[in-house]
Design a protein around this ligand. Structure first.
Ligand code: XUL
Ligand code: CO
Length: 439
């Protein structure tokens, strides 16, 4: 059965193509600096937003028209798998990602939920045999069901902690079964609403205990996926524990988890935290903690997680610059944790959204590689910090200098001369590179 009958495989047709069902910039087989675009970008489809999401919002019911919605229960779950693999193939997408509840309905008990999962996982495994699309990561949803109202691993209830652990245990087994390259922990409701009823120390300790137990179990079953923490500062709780990369990294170090995890960085979570997307990527990169990316964008005027498909070429360029500086994403990828707008409710919109996201990152990749080749940003930064390459600067960096020596040096200074920060020059250069790369 075909769910996207009218749509043929999406091909690269070049920048001048008028075909809305073609890539204008994403050319999977094109080589850039020794790697194909497909290898650089490692795009993934988010199962929840593309096949499960109904586009409801707090003010209105779902609007999504999805041909598979004529089914219900397990039949719907199976229809979604069929639709998903048709979509993956037509889009030539190398990866996908899911939560347990995206792919199979929850039953009346944990046992029943696991049985439902087993049926769908077996079906997905079967489809994967004939597909080039692999599992970038899986995770479990430990936040939607009312039992997780006070959190999962940071719940006040030991029973809920146990239930959450059982779900992650199954998630790790599913990840191994399907060959997931990563396993994601997004905080969900791991956070708190008010300190007036919260034992924060116990909650943080428990969260760390949970992560250690998860890693122990992954080791026990030989599941070698990279573990990823996905920071987010707020939503649904007002204080999420994995606020951003910096606080997440401190948490991991406090609990001796820094070698177990890397970060899955989501653009809209970065901006919710008051950072830029590139700030979060950069912070993770310089600490060797950049694992994977949830590629989306927030709305500049809205203060919540809008999860839009990425189309801002400036943002994708700066993101790809960080990713290239990182030497790529390793086992990670660019997962479109993004949803079409509530008004974009047709199945065709799902294709247009992904084409736009993929083209936007392809543009970012090409511009960023040129910026790097010409050392545009590197040269400016090297020059800016040149004072640390000789004299007193070299002594500071090598650890030789102390306050006595620094005071002695400072007393000899009449006035310091400093070069300009040149921000406007740099921005103009980046604009020039963006426009001339495709001229
Ligand atoms: C929520 C979010 C999640 C994670 C996976 O904001 O980003 O979808 O990516 O649980
Ligand atoms: Co996400």
């Amino acid at each position: 059965m075909s769910y996207f009958n009218e749509i043929r495989n999406i091909q690269y047709e070049g920048a001048k193509s008028e075909n809305p069902y073609a890539f204008k910039f994403y050319n999977p087989s094109e080589t850039i600096n020794g790697k194909t675009m497909e290898e650089h970008l490692r795009f993934g489809v988010a199962y929840w937003h593309t096949f499960t999401e109904d586009l409801s919002d707090p003010f209105g019911v779902g609007t999504a028209i999805r041909p598979w919605d004529k089914f219900s229960g397990m039949d719907l779950a199976k229809a979604r798998v069929e639709a998903a693999f048709e979509f993956f193939e037509k889009l030539q997408i190398p990866y996908f990602c899911f939560h347990d509840v995206d792919i199979a309905p929850e039953g009346n008990s944990l046992k029943e939920s696991n049985e439902n999962l087993d049926v769908i996982v077996a079906m997905i495994k079967d489809y994967m045999k004939d597909s080039k699309t692999k599992l970038l990561w899986n995770t479990v949803n430990n936040f939607t069901h009312p039992r997780f109202v006070h959190g999962a691993a940071s719940s006040n209830s030991a029973d809920v902690f146990a239930y959450a652990a059982a779900k992650v245990k199954k998630g790790l087994e599913v990840g191994k079964e399907l060959g997931a390259e990563n396993y994601v922990f997004w905080g969900g409701r791991e956070g708190y609403e008010t300190l007036l009823n919260t034992n924060m120390k116990l909650e943080l300790d428990n969260l760390a205990r949970f992560f250690h137990m998860a890693k122990d179990y992954a080791n026990e079953i030989g599941f070698e996926a990279q573990f990823l923490i996905e920071p987010k500062p707020k939503e649904p709780t007002s204080h999420q524990y994995d606020f951003d990369v910096a606080s997440g990294y401190a948490f991991l170090q406090n609990y001796d988890l820094q070698d177990t995890f890397k970060f899955n960085i989501e653009a809209n979570h970065a901006t919710l935290a008051g950072h830029t997307f590139e700030h979060e990527l950069h912070y993770a990169r310089i600490h060797n903690m950049l694992g994977s990316v949830d590629a989306n964008q927030g709305h500049p005027l809205l203060g919540w997680d809008t999860d839009e498909f990425p189309s801002d070429l400036y943002a994708t360029t700066l993101a790809m610059y960080e990713i290239l500086k990182n030497g790529g994403l390793g086992k990670g990828g660019l997962n479109f944790d993004a949803k079409v707008r509530r008004g974009s409710f047709t199945p065709e919109d799902l294709f247009h959204a992904h084409i736009t996201g993929m083209d936007s990152f392809a543009v970012g990749l090409k511009v960023a590689q040129r910026l790097l080749n010409d050392r545009v940003i590197e040269n400016i930064i090297d020059e800016r910090y040149d004072s640390f390459n000789s004299g007193i600067g070299k002594d500071i960096v090598s650890g030789k200098a102390d306050f006595h020596q620094l005071e002695k040096h400072a007393l000899t200074l009449s006035d310091t001369t400093q070069p300009s920060g040149q921000l406007e020059v740099i921005k103009n250069k980046i604009n020039q590179y963006m426009l001339t790369t495709f001229a």
